[in-house]
Design a protein around this ligand. Sequence first.
Ligand code: FES
Length: 80
Amino acid sequence: MTIRISFDGDEVLGREGQTIAGVLLASGRRSWRTADGEERGVFCGIGVCQDCVVTVNGVGSVRACQRTACDGDAIEREVR
Ligand code: FES
């Protein structure tokens, strides 16, 4: 089943069961966080490094590689 999430206001389509990182990677994005002026995305992919954190529905520091994307999720880039 197709799901729709948003990333910084842009609609992104994914498949039910994908992680947020999986949906963003499949959409062609390789980074979705800025830390110390550098772009970050998936590094470890197993929930350890926290390079992939995003804000999900207003909740910050969610690891995109661990959180299953849900239809209607609003994802926002984090900048530190
Ligand atoms: S990529 Fe390392 S915690 Fe998600």
